[in-house]
Ligand binder design. Sequence first.
Ligand code: NAD
Length: 364
Amino acid sequence: MSDNISRKSFLKRAGAIAAVSSVGIPSILLSQSQEKLGVALVGLGNYSTSRLAPGLQQTDHCELRGIVTGSPEKIPEWQEQYNIPDSNVYNYENMHELANNDDIDIVYVVVPTGLHAKYSIIAAEAGKHVWCEKPMAMNVEECQNIIDAVNRNNVSLAIGYRLHHEPNTQKIMQFAREQTYGAVTEVRTAAGYDGYHEDGNWRKNAELGGGALYDMGVYPINAIRYATQMEPIAVNGRQSTVRKEVYPEVDEITDFQLEFANGMICTGETSFGKSMNYLNVNTEDGWYYLKPMSNYSGVQGMTSDGTALPADPGHQQARQMDAEALAIKEGRPPIVPGSQGLNDIRIVNAIMESSRNGRSRIEL
Ligand code: NAD
């Protein structure tokens, strides 16, 4: 859309109309609704470079139009590769000026976890829809501050839990909702990698949100929640570090149990030193699993009646961003709202508290 003012007012009107009715949209709005929303990536690290920017080349409802970076040396290559004009390049100090840029509809925060709240709030205050990477933030208060900022500014917020858009994961959620194999009786799940982080990497830094639990632990936590479609009432957990020389200030390994009101206990594990990736669900009438359960591709599994859950060939992040962009265009709530991120962080913080207190039971 060439006219920025009409573009902005269209997005507001489209949302309002879609909220009232899904039919009878004037043809002028229908043709405009095929416009892609403009996305600005905040933080041009590994995930933005290897997954999000390439994914945004495959999306139908949004496209990469801007960048926010503290690394000037990255700018020429990104501008050239993705055809980004000077007017859509920002740094962390001036990103609030996005408020004056109608090219950008959505700001996607892809910096270390300890900075998610800061930049998500700046984006919301600039009047932009916010996509915030997992884990949402460091604690419940920060998560709530993000939610309050988007509500105050009447913009939407989605958390980057790409698996909620992955077809086999969606089947697991459906099995729980419809009790296809009976009620869920137990979940065992783990996500970790046999890795090493070099000095200076924020994943070793407690203040920036490093450690296995924040970084990888939210996968098994979120998986238990989506595989049961229930919220736990209490947790216990233990955090430890084998390679103290590599991880002097954060956990290398965390294992935990989530307890539910019906007495069910589900277990999860995460690690920076052990490769594991599965979601096993037992039910009254059978079982099913995904293995791997959180990789970028190849998520697949099986059910107890022999139904295969074959890997989907699609680009997960493209699917995620398209679905969330379409929700914005149609004025619908996000598919993965802030409450998803907040509920996981409440559990993360409770596991940390439990570990500090000799694996005591912490009520949520
Ligand atoms: P990364 O280290 O590769 O990139 C981080 C970026 O943040 C870099 O460009 C860095 O320059 C920038 N940055 C800004 N301020 C910084 C500071 N004070 N200290 C350090 N870096 C700073 O990390 P990544 O793997 O791209 O992860 C970024 C975010 O994306 C994290 O929240 C992570 O959890 C999330 N992530 C999500 C997935 C997923 O599957 N959804 C996968 C990978 C990463």
